[in-house]
Design a protein around this ligand. Structure first.
Ligand SMILES: [Zn+2]
Length: 295
C-alpha cells in the first residue's frame, strides 16, 4: 500500500519552493523558482500551480497542500495582511486563490510556525511536547509547540519573537519599533556589525576558528545577543529544547558557547539545563512542515 502524500509550498520573498512529501517526511520531488515578488498575488499563484504540476502531475493519493507564507497573515481566514516582501499581498484571500488554482484542500501557515512543525514532526524536535524553534536570517521568526500542540494565538500570529523589546529606545527595527531582539540578533544586524571587517557572516565564521581576534569578538557579541533572547524564551515557554535554524545557524558550533554563557547568566537556575540544538531539516523545514499540516 502506498503512503499518504502531501504537497508543501514555501513562499519566500526571494525563492518559491514546492515539494511532494510522504508521511515519513521524505521529499519525493522538489522544485524551486525565483518568486515574482513584485508581480502581484495572481502571478505567484500561477507560479505555485506551475511548480505543483511539475512535482505532482498525477494527484492520486495527495491529501492536500500546505502553504508556508511570510507574515503577517491571518491563517484562520486565509488572508495575507500586507506582507512587506510581496507586492500587493494586502487583504488578499491567498488560501482560497491557491485552493482554486490547485483544486486541492489548502492550509495556510506562518512560515516560522510551518518550519517549527517540520522540526517537531521530522527533525530536531521529534517526540517532544514543548519546543521553541527560532529562525535567524534576515529577521528573526519563531514557532512554539506547547503541551503537544502548535501555539497559534489570535489570527495564527503567535511566535513573532523577533519583535520582543530587549532595549529601551534601542536600535530601529524593520517593524517600526525600537530595541527589538531582531534589531540586535538577526543576520542583518550581525552583517551590519561585521561589515567594517568582514564582507559577510560566512567569512567571519570562517576566520574565528583560526583565532582571528576581531572575528572571535564579533561572533561572541552575536552569540550574546542571541542568548539574551533565548533566555527570555526559556522563561516564557519552558521548552524541552530550543532549536535554532535559518542562515545564521550555519555558525552554530561557534555561537553555542557564547549563547550558553549568556543563558547561564540570565536564566533562572531551573531553566539552565535546556538543550539548545541546531535545526535538522535546514531550508526544507518549512516545506516538510507545511506538507505535514495537511497529512
Ligand atoms: Zn521589531
Amino acid at each position: 500500500m502506498s503512503k499518504a502524500r502531501a504537497i508543501g509550498i514555501d513562499i519566500g520573498g526571494t525563492s518559491l519552493r514546492a515539494a511532494l512529501v510522504d508521511s515519513s517526511g521524505h521529499i519525493l520531488a522538489r522544485e524551486e523558482t525565483a518568486t515574482l515578488a513584485q508581480a502581484g498575488p495572481q502571478a505567484v499563484v500561477q507560479q505555485i500551480a506551475d511548480l505543483v504540476a511539475k512535482i505532482a502531475p498525477d494527484r492520486t493519493g495527495i491529501t492536500g497542500a500546505g502553504i508556508s507564507s511570510p507574515g503577517p497573515i491571518d491563517t484562520e481566514r486565509g488572508l495575507a495582511l500586507g506582507v512587506p516582501t510581496l507586492a500587493g499581498w494586502s487583504d488578499i484571500p491567498i488560501a482560497s486563490m491557491i485552493q482554486t488554482a490547485l483544486n486541492l484542500p489548502v492550509r495556510l501557515e506562518n512560515d516560522a510556525i510551518a518550519a517549527a512543525i517540520g522540526e517537531w514532526k521530522f527533525g530536531a524536535g521529534q517526540g517532544l511536547s514543548h519546543l521553541v524553534y527560532v529562525t535567524i536570517s534576515t529577521g528573526i521568526g519563531g514557532g512554539v509547540i506547547a503541551d503537544g500542540k502548535v501555539l497559534r494565538g489570535r489570527m495564527g500570529m503567535a511566535g513573532h519573537i523577533g519583535h520582543m523589546t530587549i532595549e529601551r529606545d534601542g536600535a530601529p527595527c524593520a517593524c517600526g519599533n525600537r530595541g527589538c531582539w531582531e534589531a540586535y540578533a538577526s543576520g542583518t544586524a550581525f552583517a551590519r556589525r561585521i561589515s567594517p571587517h568582514f564582507p559577510n557572516p560566512k567569512s567571519a565564521f570562517a576566520a574565528a576558528p583560526s583565532g582571528d581576534p576581531r572575528a572571535l569578538q564579533l561572533v561572541t557579541e552575536q552569540a550574546d545577543w542571541l542568548g539574551i533572547g533565548i533566555a527570555n524564551l526559556l522563561h516564557l515557554f519552558s521548552p524541552q529544547t530550543v532549536i535554532l535554524g535559518g542562515g545564521i545557524a550555519n555558525g552554530f558550533p561557534l555561537l553555542l558557547p557564547g549563547i550558553t554563557h549568556r543563558v547561564q547568566a540570565n536564566a533562572m537556575p531551573a531553566f539552565r539545563d535546556v538543550p539548545i540544538v541546531p535545526a535538522a531539516l535546514g531550508e526544507n523545514a518549512g516545506l516538510i512542515g507545511a506538507a505535514a499540516m495537511v497529512m
